[in-house]
Each structure stands twice: as C-alpha cells, then as structure tokens.
Design a protein around this ligand. Structure first.
Ligand SMILES: [Zn+2]
Ligand SMILES: [Zn+2]
Length: 248
C-alpha cells in the first residue's frame, strides 16, 4: 500500500505552475522521494506526511540539474531529519554520487554544502540492480538518455521512469506495478533521449494499473498540450499536476 504525491511534474524548468521532477511516496513506515527537482519546494503540501517520519530516502534517477536542484530546499523541510540519498554514482559513472553532489552543492554555490540541508545527510551509490531501503525493495533499470539514467521501482507498487526514450520492446519482460509514472516529453516524433506520447500509447503494457505522465515539456504550446492530453486519454493515461495525490 503506497500513496504518491506528485510535487514536480515538469522537466527541464518550472513552467505553467509546475516544478521539476519530484514525487513523494509513503510506503508504510518508509518515506521516499523520487528525484529531487525543484518540486521539493512543494513539500509543504505534505507537511502532515513529513511529520510522521524521521528519515527520508531520496532516490535519484540521474544527476541532471532538473532532478537534483531541489536538494538545497530540503533545509526548510528536513532540518530535523536523516536524509539518505541514493544515486547511480559508481554504479554507472566514473565518480560517486557524493562526489557529484558535493560539486553541485559546493559551499561557494550553496552555503550549507552537500551535507548541510538536514540533521544527517548520507550518500549511497546503487549497490546493484536491486537493493533494499528500509522495508522497500528498490529496483533500478538502465534507460535510454543522454547520460546514464535509471528507472526506479518501489516494490510492485510504483515504477518511475523519466528521462528516457520509450521502446515497447524494453517493457515486454517488465513486471507490472500498480502505478507507472512515465515521462512524456513530446506530442510526436522520436527522440533518442525522451518519450513521445504516441509511442507510450502504442506500447505501455496493459497490466499497469494506472499510468500518470510526468516530466512534461515546458516548451509545449497549448495545441501540443491538447494533442498530448487527447492521445493520453485514449488509453486512460493521466497528465500529472503538482499536488496530485495518488492513492495506492
Ligand atoms: Zn529531466
Ligand atoms: Zn535528464
């Protein structure tokens, strides 16, 4: 049983009152943030959920700024908490997760530094394609993007797939989950780094319970947005918005 709150449903930059990549998930006694984009600024919408937990786990799909820039905002929401940050570091890159984030949050850029935004901050590299965080079974799966990025799975409750190009053949063997949060970057046309709605509509396996589209494109004009919405609706997919609560 999991409940998810979309805190940032946009990719690249905030637009249309939507912040960048961040989803909060509560699974029993565990609280997990999927990516740490500017959507962390919306954590105040879940203040009662935060208050129930002393520890927050942050799972990073990759290190692009629209997925990590919100870590510094945690100081407002997690000053009394332990934060464990898991990233693809040495699992897929030359350097560790802590190395990359200590660059991003170096004191010249962010005065509290990369360990200063919570009572305790610990960094971890993915230890394999499956590992355990609290009572949650986490699965990570490589995606197709400009830098190594990873699909993140929490038990069979949530699959979070952003910053990837979608190919149906990559999904034939995938165990379905109750909720699929998948990026949708364009109305049409293939892109080696991102997903178009037509490919998703044609290729997402039916067994996923609910499909919600995240990492939307701030450059969409109104016509493109309507085009995406209508195509999504043909399969019952929903466009995420910031503050959207999804009960498991
Ligand atoms: Zn992104
Ligand atoms: Zn990216």
């Amino acid at each position: 049983m999991a409940t998810a709150w979309v805190l940032g449903s946009m990719g690249w930059m905030p637009a249309r009152k939507q912040q960048t990549a961040c989803v909060l998930v509560e699974l029993g006694s565990d609280l997990v943030l999927l990516d740490a984009g500017t959507g962390i600024a919306n954590l105040g919408l879940c203040a009662n959920v935060l208050a129930r937990h002393e520890r927050l786990c942050v799972l990073l799909s990759h290190f692009h700024l629209d997925h990590v820039a919100g870590l510094m905002y945690l100081k407002r929401f997690a000053a009394d908490k332990t934060v464990d940050v898991y990233g693809p570091g040495t699992y897929a890159y030359p350097r560790s997760t802590e190395d990359y984030l200590s660059d991003v949050l170096q004191p010249a850029v962010y005065s509290s530094g990369h360990t200063g935004f919570a009572r305790t901050v610990r960094y971890h590299d993915f230890s394999g394609s499956r590992f355990v965080v609290g009572d949650v079974r986490v699965g990570v799966r490589p995606q197709r993007h400009s830098s190594p990025s990873f699909e993140l799975r929490l038990n069979d409750d949530v699959v979070y797939a952003t910053d990837t190009s979608f190919y149906a053949e990559d999904w034939r063997e995938v165990r379905p989950a109750k909720l699929l949060l998948h990026e949708c970057w364009q109305a049409s046309g293939r892109d080696a780094r991102h997903t178009d709605i037509q490919s998703l509509v044609a290729g997402v396996p039916n067994a996923f319970g609910r499909v919600v589209l995240i990492h939307q494109n701030p450059a969409w004009d109104d016509a493109e947005r309507v085009e995406v919405e209508q195509a999504a609706l043909s399969r019952g997919f929903e466009l995420a918005y910031d503050g959207m609560a999804i009960e498991g």
